[in-house]
Design a binder for this molecule. Structure first.
Ligand SMILES: O=c1ccn([C@@H]2O[C@H](COP(=O)(O)OP(=O)(O)O[C@H]3OC[C@@H](O)[C@H](O)[C@H]3O)[C@@H](O)[C@H]2O)c(=O)[nH]1
Length: 461
């Protein structure tokens, strides 16, 4: 616990995306739980979306930032959830335009530290004011190590073949991108922010300029990748562990009765839950194929996906007669659900997800069977970690021509982990339980935060 004399004041300024702001807030909760003070800088809309996750409002203050309009973005855009993923580079321009606001705020509040990820200009501001910086990464160490280190040479004509080759010294031969997968990395050479800075240059500058690099991971999961990053940047890499705020006894959130009552009607570990995070925009045909896969599996299910491209609502995207056919055993959510609480319900037996880093950790820390459908490059690498290295999950097979999953392949993957007596199902279950015993205990995870804080205290002196 911090005393008045060693209480730290930390400002947080994450990328304007749910998958980044949420883990920054989870970390804020953990630090506030230990009596440290946080000022959390975020867009107006995000303030309303996240305030229920602020477990320590007396120590965590939200400070809203006005996100300016940038041509090409829909009016009122403030976070990545408001736009399709291909417009994110314009949102980065909007973030860069908030620099003066951020500088003014930091000058007034003068915290001990500022944590950031995408705002590569932060170290410059912080140095002027006399604040220490931590570039805090909420994606896996493996995805940073393969794509965003000085040893990776990037230019605007980088080819898929070049992207497929990991940078010199990269420490794994299993967690790599093969075949078509490397295409997913091509975004690193594209403009992402004001002045046409590339995504690669942005993140490398953000890391190089920091006083320390923080990563939301553990040594047990990614020690070799963390060491590689530390040697690439010649900097200390501080790990926070997964920081999930799942067992904050000070704050007991309950699963909405609508879902809790429905789930209560099923046998233990029989229901399949599916969610793909905050960023993925599926095509209507892809969305429908997923639903048909659940129907084909014959198992009870809850699917919580965003309405696909071109549809205002989930309703209008449903396959004809779908809800009638699955009545009594399948539900399609009309919006965001409480994923962490869904994963705590005893009737849920399997989690089908996109392997975003947040969902990856939440599935690892749960006792559910894991089925993966990755989309973005980091999700492909996270999937390799879980399927190839840890062998705790299965990935849904994709068609060679369209690169997308079919209802048959989804249903097959689900049955593979859910059918009683399935060899694969038993194997991943045992491996998952073993991994949790060694790498996922609450003692270990709390120890990560304590150690992280010790390191920060050391830096602040
Ligand atoms: O309905 C939902 C869906 C999701 N969630 C929560 O939203 C969070 C989603 O975070 P993820 O990291 O899994 O996925 P996102 O797609 O939102 O993240 C983004 O940033 C992190 C990267 O690893 C991902 O690749 C990127 O997509 C999870 O904590 C999950 O519990 C809900 O609470 N309800």
């Amino acid at each position: 616990m911090a005393t008045r004399s060693n209480q730290l004041h930390i400002a947080m300024f994450p990328w304007f995306a749910t998958g980044h702001m949420t883990p920054f807030l989870h970390l804020s909760n953990e630090l506030a739980k230990r009596d440290h003070k946080i000022t959390f800088l975020l867009p107006h809309k995000a303030h309303f979306q996240l305030r229920h996750l602020n477990h320590h409002p007396s120590l965590i203050t939200f400070h809203t930032i006005t996100v300016p309009h940038v041509e090409g973005l829909p009016l009122g855009t403030e976070t990545a959830s408001d736009i399709p993923i291909f417009l994110n580079h314009l949102l980065a321009i909007a973030m860069d335009k908030t620099r003066d606001q951020v500088q003014q705020t930091l000058t007034i509040i003068k915290p001990d530290f500022v944590f950031y990820d995408n705002a590569y200009w932060m170290p410059e501001i912080a140095r002027e004011i006399g604040i220490k910086t931590v570039c805090y990464n909420v994606v896996s160490a493996s995805s940073l190590a393969i794509a965003l280190v000085p040893a990776r040479k990037v230019n605007d004509s980088i080819t898929e073949e070049e992207l497929r080759v990991p940078p010199e010294g990269y420490p794994s031969s299993k967690v790599v991108l093969s075949g078509n997968e490397a295409k997913a990395l091509s975004f690193i050479s594209l403009p992402f922010g004001e002045g046409n800075i590339t995504f690669y240059d942005r993140i490398v500058m953000a890391m190089k300029g920091s006083d320390a690099i923080g990563i939301r991971t553990t040594r047990e999961l990614e020690g070799n990748f963390c060491d590689y990053i530390a040697s690439q940047y010649e900097k200390q890499v501080l790990l926070t562990g997964p920081v999930l705020s799942l067992d904050d006894s000070a704050f007991e959130e309950k699963l909405e009765p609508y879902w809790a009552d429905w789930l209560d009607g099923f046998e233990r570990a029989s229901v399949v839950f599916c969610a793909f995070g905050s960023q993925i925009n599926l095509e209507k045909a892809q969305f429908q194929e997923i639903l048909l896969g659940f129907e084909l599996s014959g198992l009870p299910f809850i699917v919580a996906l965003k309405a696909p491209i071109g549809c205002e609502t989930v309703e209008e995207a449903l396959p004809q007669g779908f809800e009638e056919r699955v009545k009594g055993r399948g539900k399609v959510s009309r919006g965001w659900v409480q994923q962490p609480l869904m994963l705590k319900h005893s009737s849920v037996g399997c989690f089908v997800n996109h392997c975003g880093f947040g969902s990856m950790w939440e599935s690892l820390m749960s006792d559910k069977q894991i089925v993966l459908v990755p989309h973005l490059a980091d999700q492909v690498l996270n999937t390799k970690l879980l399927v190839g290295e840890l062998e705790v999950a299965v990935e849904v097979e994709r068609g060679e021509t369209d690169g997308w999953i079919s209802k048959e392949s989804l249903s097959k993957a689900i049955r593979l982990v859910m059918d009683e007596g399935s060899e694969v199902g038993v194997r991943v279950k045992i491996n998952h339980a073993k991994w949790k015993e060694n790498g996922g205990t609450s003692v270990l995870i709390n120890a990560y935060i304590d150690k992280f804080l010790q390191n920060l205290q050391h830096f602040s002196n």
